[in-house]
Design a protein around this ligand. Sequence first.
Ligand code: UD1
Ligand code: MG
Length: 453
Amino acid sequence: MTDRKTAAIILAAGLGTRMKSDLPKVMHPLAGRPMVSHLLDSIATQDPDRVVAVIGEGMDQVAAAVAPHRTAIQVERLGTAHAVLAARQALGDFPGDVLVLYGDTPLISPETLARMLDARRGAADPAVVVLGFRPADPGAYGRLVTGADGGLEAIVEFKDATPEQAAIDLCNSGVMAIDGTCLWPLLDRVGNDNAKGEYYLTDIVALARADGRACAVVEGHEDELLGVNSRAELADAEWIVQERIRRYMMDSGVTLMDPATTFFSFDTQIGRDTTIEPNVVIRPGVTVGQGVTIRAFSHLEGAAVADGAQVGPFARLRPGAMIGEHARVGNYVEIKNATVEPGAKVNHLTYIGDARIGAKANVGAGTITCNYDGFTKGHTDIGAGAFIGSNTALVAPVKVGDGAIVGAGSVVTTDVPADALAVTRAPQQDLPGWAKGFRERKSAEKAAKQKKG
Ligand code: UD1
Ligand code: MG
């Protein structure tokens, strides 16, 4: 245990040019929320005292996403050391340990952050702990130059590296844990005499070594250090996040028939013994109970599904859909802002919006709640045990009482009393022999035409 405090600085002033986007890079979502929020969640596990995000001018969306944490604005982008210095006023003198992270490297795990802080607080008292990794392709990453004892001596940017240094496969992820007492003094000494003419944060390692302070490397896995600079890398990161959530779901007792085609959100909650069939997309705000079956090709967002319910195939649950215990929502059914009470069935080709479907009610194929008149939304209330015949239009606001039956094809515009039958279709007329006569007349006409032609 230690009583040292932790702070974090997130560098997010980058323009993200390669994203070709109007959205700041760190606002692009992974599993349904901005990548910077994923990073903040990871940081939160380390119980930081202060968090400051360094952003560019006009990045109000990022400031809103990191609130209530503070933001500092880096006006000119003169390099990573310059970016950290932009946080100086907001962070102030901080005698604890300072984590520096990149907003576009959001997959870092809490375990890795904890290992870095442990190393920072270890017996060697390193001034700087750098998170290193050995990527399959070291590309243009900075290289970590280590000494005979395994300690870190310097970080050399690829553009400034000698051939020998460029051959090092241990690379700089960019993540650092720095002794707060020497952070600002070290940064004040960083110059810009290098290939890019930038103030490199990485230079603080050699400066600390020159002062006789130790520096150290903690190694992490490439999967959690992926940087997002392009849409292709965004897709790679999305896949890594989805794989993590899929694994978590299966470990918690959820059956995924085809994990690779099941997509979750950061906040999806699912109970045990629930089965999810292939090609299901779950957007934010979804809670699913135990023993539920979500059948293939369903799309859920902002919905709650209670224990034992069945949804799909091809169902769409939109925000505010509340599906009760053992209720059924079948194929080509869309439900929005509506409660389907326990045991109710809405099985085929139906739109239910702004409504309550009472317990054990049965809604026939092709039922539509006409909830919108072009100006306002109306509510439809269907009582417990009611039976709505196929192809019924319920023009809201309207109520169907408990146990009532609505005849197929009805257009219901006024409330139906409990246990009543409502039918609005025109009475049926039968004309005996009419069809036979019609066919004979038409055949004769056709034959006469063909003879002429
Ligand atoms: C940096 C490291 C390199 C490391 C690599 C890992 C330095 C000098 N180099 O290189 O060793 O291998 O990351 O990805 O640190 N940023 C600002 N303001 C600036 C400059 C950068 O906020 O003035 C932010 C960027 O938005 C980004 C991060 O800092 O989130 C890294 O900047 P970037 O320019 O991508 O550094 P690299 O050249 O990739
Ligand atoms: Mg980079």
